[in-house]
Write a new protein. Structure first.
Length: 356
């Protein structure tokens, strides 16, 4: 691996400084706070705050050879990918195992509620849950990971043929109970949990973590502007990210409350992406008349990248489903993420997020 000029777009996706300056040392300290502990066993809508137009520079030093292309964390290269669908109603908390994910996607579903698609590779927790059902938007979203293992609790009957044809290994409850169990301390349907290692074993040929367009750097890029809070409203849900200067990460709030973790404390994000996507009726729905939105993650649009207490206006681009998503600043340079867990919040392009 070789160094590249600072103003040249980075094509390697994980970027960590080799020589530590004082500022880099502080950045590393912030990253350490955001790293999870070891496991126990398409037109954009306007944002209510005007984004800064300062140019954004890309960092260039080399990355460790074992860095994950999904989170930038060491030890993740070459490991298989497991995607788990989590419930995201107030009854789902505290979430179990979520803090170990490399990436967490927030997706709108029926009735303006949201669910989470968590991508695990670098670290597998002992247990994850509550696990819930798949949606049509998951198929396009997961295609960028090659052919990952996909764990979920079930799906609509007419969605099953599409999931069967999709680029994924189906390790759902529909395909067998191995790796799943009921947590009787929780009420149904929020009691369905899984063991990631067993679920991955059901998909021995699951794709290893690969480049999905993300770039990482310990050093925050130039430009952007300070941010303390970002709020994404949904018709009957909310995602909020609050800058925590002491830890150097964002505290995650879901449904207007801190997102609690079974392992203790709240969920944290090293990097938050607010990605505006085109949204339409998918033709699917629930038995009570709720309509399932289709979230288009292939295409282009506007987004915000939040890291190190700053907000950067960017343009996202994902030309094909099998390719990754790049995020470029106003000057055309790729904006790197902070190594650690990434929360990608998919925002209806007709809605408004608040970045302040």
């Amino acid at each position: 691996m070789r160094l590249r000029p600072a103003l040249t777009p980075i094509r390697r996706r994980c970027v960590v400084p080799v020589v530590l300056t004082a500022s880099a040392a502080l950045a590393l300290a912030g990253c350490a706070a955001s790293s999870p502990p070891p496991p126990a066993s398409s037109a954009p809508a306007a944002v209510s705050s005007s984004p800064a137009e300062s140019p954004v520079e890309s960092a260039s030093p080399e990355a460790p050879s074992d860095a994950s292309p999904l989170s930038g964390l060491p030890g993740g290269a070459g490991k298989p990918v497991l995607v788990v669908k989590f419930d995201n109603t107030p009854f789902a908390q505290p979430h179990t195992g979520l803090k170990y994910a490399d990436i967490v996607y927030v997706e709108e579903v029926e009735w303006g509620l949201t669910r989470l698609a968590a991508v695990f590779s670098t670290t597998l927790p002992k247990t994850v849950g509550p696990v819930r059902s798949a949606r049509i938007s998951d198929i396009e979203l997961l295609a960028q990971f090659g052919k990952p293992a996909f764990a979920y609790s079930g799906s609509q009957h007419k969605l099953m043929p599409l999931l069967a044809k999709a680029s994924l290994f189906d390790v759902s409850g529909d395909k067998g109970i191995k790796g799943y169990f009921r947590d009787h301390s929780r009420r149904a349907p929020y009691d369905f949990f899984g063991h990631p290692s067993v679920l991955l074993a059901r998909a021995p040929k699951a794709s290893a973590a690969q480049d999905i367009g993300f770039t990482f750097s310990e050093e925050a890029p130039a430009g952007g502007r300070p941010v303390k809070v970002a709020v994404v409203p949904y018709p009957d849900s909310q995602a909020k990210y609050v800058w925590n200067p002491k830890l150097g990460v964002f505290d995650v709030w879901l449904n207007k409350k801190p997102a609690r973790a079974t392992e203790g404390g709240v969920q944290h994000a090293a990097t938050v992406v607010l990605q505006y996507v085109a949204q339409s009726d998918s033709g699917f729905g629930d038995r009570y008349g709720g309509r399932t939105p289709m979230l288009k993650t292939v295409g282009t649009g506007k987004a915000w990248i939040l890291r190190d207490g700053r907000a950067y206006p960017v343009t996202w681009s994902r030309p094909v489903a099998t390719g990754g998503t790049t995020f470029t600043g106003p000057d055309g340079q790729i904006v790197p993420f902070k190594p650690g867990q990434v929360w990608v919040t998919l925002v209806n392009s007709k809605a408004k997020a608040t970045v302040s």
